[in-house]
Design a protein around this ligand. Structure first.
Ligand code: SAH
Ligand code: SF4
Length: 379
């Protein structure tokens, strides 16, 4: 299912977006408008609790404040250009148009409860329009870098998905399948869409703080995962933040030669340097690191490579996510046979390295990073 949307007039605004203000900045802004500071909390709750789509909808605010805000700011900077749903209805993929016309992708994945975990709804957000790092298997990497997203543009993606998730909760409550107390909304956020989050460090961290805030969306830090191509200095910096977020590092190979074939970043920051930063991160935070390993047939999926990876990660507090590649239009890569993935996983287990083969979602709607934008531009 695909829905195309048209641009509403409100979008033509050139006022700054209120979503770009952190909690303290919002307080300053409200005071500058001549209002008492506590009103900032009302604005915050309207934005991230009630998800008010406009200032006019913030009915808990004094009319005068609504008017002043309306004159100087807008609520959101993004609009839906394309909305796709997978055939099994587990995955929605949205293409958002930003104010300057840039297109970014956001995915909502619905996971049913199983023996180990409760049901959850995970949003995959973009942090940049495009990406400068050029990984050869990645549709975004093949499109080049366009610009950084602001923190508000990152948060706005979650707000849009939260609206969808809440509407679904309400429908289930109306149908008697869920009680009011079981409202769930978005439960997890992964920074695994377009772009490199740690190359947009400040805006990414500002967005995490907004998402995590108790008076707003209140997404637990442990339910937030930042995925990085592996920038050692930024990993060290992240280790020093007082945040309980998960860190996922895209490794994708166990030796420098193989890794450099698909990830140009490896020429600047080879595996040794990267793992040193990862070990320091684990030492300092006492938190497990997740390593992402995209399985590319005949490129990095042999048992010899699994053994090399096992030796590399042996003894480290970590978990490996094995991801059969989502083939992109341009790339030459194919997914490995199921037995190959299983053998890879067994080899890691023999080295004492835990791993999961990631379940696929949304293959039929090109839910892989950067693929929908590529398709939309092709037409
Ligand atoms: N830039 C960050 C986050 C965005 S990419 C990073 O590279 O980690 C999120 C994850 O999707 C990364 O692990 C990336 O390697 C992976 N990925 C990119 N293209 C893919 C594809 N075609 N199939 C499967 N995974 C892919
Ligand atoms: Fe950029 Fe991540 Fe894609 Fe590499 S995998 S090109 S770092 S978005």
């Amino acid at each position: 299912m695909t829905t195309f949307a048209n641009s509403p007039d409100r979008f033509a605004s050139d006022r700054p977006s209120i979503l770009d203000f952190g909690k303290e900045d919002l307080e300053k802004l409200v005071v500058e408008l001549g209002e008492p500071a506590y009103r900032a909390r009302q604005v915050w709750k309207s934005l991230y609790g009630s998800l008010a789509p406009s200032f006019a909808d913030m009915t808990t605010l004094a009319k005068s404040l609504r008017g002043k805000l309306e004159q100087a700011y807008t609520v959101s900077d993004i609009e839906t250009a394309v909305h796709d749903r997978s055939r099994d209805a587990s995955t929605d993929k949205l293409l958002f148009r930003l104010r300057d016309g840039e297109l970014i992708e956001t995915v909502l994945m619905r996971y049913a409860a199983d023996d180990h975990r409760k049901s959850r709804k995970t949003v995959c957000v973009s942090t940049q329009a495009g990406c400068a790092l050029g990984c050869t298997f990645c549709a975004t990497g093949q499109q080049g870098f366009r610009r950084q997203l602001s923190s508000g543009e990152i948060v706005a993606q979650v707000i849009e998905m939260e609206r969808l998730a809440r509407a679904e909760d309400d429908a289930e409550i109306a149908a008697g399948r869920r009680t009011r107390g079981e409202r769930q909304g978005v439960t997890n956020v992964v920074f695994m869409g377009m772009g490199e989050p740690l190359a947009n460090y400040d805006n990414t961290l500002a967005a995490v703080r907004v998402l995590n805030d108790e008076q707003g969306l209140h997404i637990g830090a442990r339910h937030i995962t930042i995925s990085t191509v592996g920038l050692p200095r930024q990993i060290e910096r992240l280790a020093g933040e007082d945040l309980q977020v998960n860190l996922a590092v895209s490794l994708h190979a166990a030796d420098d030669r193989t890794r450099a074939e698909t990830m140009p970043i490896n020429r600047r920051h080879p595996i040794g340097e990267l793992l040193e930063a990862c070990r320091a991160y684990v030492d300092r935070t006492k938190r497990r690191i997740f390593f992402e390993y995209v399985l590319l047939r005949d490129q990095n999926d042999s048992t010899a490579q699994a053994a090399k990876l096992g030796r590399l990660l042996q003894g480290m507090l970590c978990h490996v996510n094995l991801i059969p590649v989502n083939p992109t239009g341009a790339g030459p890569y194919a997914r490995p046979q199921r037995e190959t993935s299983a053998a890879f996983q067994e080899t890691l287990a023999r080295h004492g390295v835990p791993s999961t083969v990631r379940t696929e979602k949304g293959i039929d709607i090109n839910a892989g990073c950067g693929q929908l934008r590529a398709r939309a531009l092709i037409g």
